[in-house]
Design a protein around this ligand. Structure first.
Ligand code: NAD
Length: 291
């Protein structure tokens, strides 16, 4: 197969283009909400401490939020903030009608109880989809806000018209943030899902069965060409900073020779995560405003 990029091999999935479409859709939805209800959606990002990577992520989320026409209601808390004060801030945001969505940036300083803080966020404002309540709604197939990265993977597959009903999908990684919710979302779309992890006996053989492989293990180049059936779809969630730049969980060059579609790193799943955060915030606002 010849890709639109002119090389022989897989079609390279363009996450930047899909993310730009989602962001335009959100901006239109926000403008419509303001016109219909007179209220503007607001996103409260909560950053605790000064982790440099988190600072960059939060800055990008705030910029994207403003570009979509939403209020940027950021809160910063110092690294030594107590559990009690952090919980109080989250409770205030939960009760604030101007706040449509709350995002607690992870990781947190070690002395804080992450789960207890996340669970102060009410499900209707949980735009990261990580609270126990949101996870329960997803597990039961009930309406709710879905975690952004898995939702972004689904949107990428849909934008490339990859059929999921009846498809064999292998998800590599079972984290709370990515693999586990993604497996549930794919199951809800009638895919036959295998969830692999660090104790899976023969990862390459399992992946070779798949029509779609999603790699979210956090191990650089874990998925090689031996794990990919010719013509299949490979989505790479991993992000690793190396001397030569960013790479993913997929060994891109050799895998691109065999796969039918492949998402690159950077420029694949990464841009989708913020786009889906914006989409969740607009959706949360629409439900809160009754629009
Ligand atoms: P995690 O460390 O919480 O979970 C990794 C999972 O992979 C675990 O379930 C583990 O069992 C499994 N695993 C580890 N080694 C394995 C192996 N050798 N074989 C099979 N399974 C193995 O990681 P996470 O938070 O889910 O993130 C995974 C990757 O995705 C990381 O590289 C992270 O940086 C990236 N990530 C990217 C985005 C994005 O926006 N693109 C968002 C979240 C995470």
């Amino acid at each position: 197969m010849t890709s639109p990029h002119g090389t022989t091999g897989a079609v390279v999935i363009d996450g930047k283009a899909s993310a730009a479409r989602v962001r335009e859709e959100v901006a239109r939805d926000v403008a419509a909400l303001v016109a219909e209800t007179g209220q503007r959606p607001g996103l409260a990002t909560v950053l605790i401490g000064a982790d440099p990577a988190s600072e960059v992520y939060v800055r990008n989320k705030r910029t994207a939020c403003r570009a979509a026409g939403m209020e940027d209601l950021h809160r910063y808390l110092p690294a030594d903030v107590s559990q009690e004060v952090a919980e109080k801030v989250l409770d205030e945001l939960a009760a604030d009608d101007f706040v449509s969505g709350i995002l607690l940036q992870l990781p947190l300083p070690e002395h804080l109880d992450r789960r207890a803080l996340l669970d102060r966020i009410p499900a209707e404002k949980d735009v990261d989809g990580l609270t126990v309540q949101s996870a329960g709604l997803l597990a039961l197939g009930r309406d709710g806000l879905r975690p952004c990265t898995p939702a972004g993977v689904l949107r990428l597959l849909d934008d490339h018209a990859i059929p999921l009903r009846g498809a064999e999908v292998v998800v590599v990684g079972r984290s709370e943030l990515v693999g586990r919710p993604l497996a549930q979302l794919l199951t809800a779309r009638d895919a036959t899902v295998t969830l692999c992890h660090s104790r899976t006996a023969d990862l390459a053989a399992t992946c070779r069965r798949a029509d779609v492989v999603v790699a979210a293990a956090g191990v650089p180049r874990l998925i090689g060409a031996d794990a990919v059936r010719p013509g299949s779809v490979v989505i790479d969630v991993g992000i690793h900073r190396e001397a030569g730049g960013l790479c993913g969980d997929v060994d891109f060059g050799p895998v691109a020779e065999r796969a039918g579609h492949i998402s690159p790193v950077p420029g694949g799943v990464g841009p989708m995560t913020i786009a889906m955060l914006l989409a969740n915030t607009a959706l949360a606002a629409r439900r809160q405003f009754g629009g």
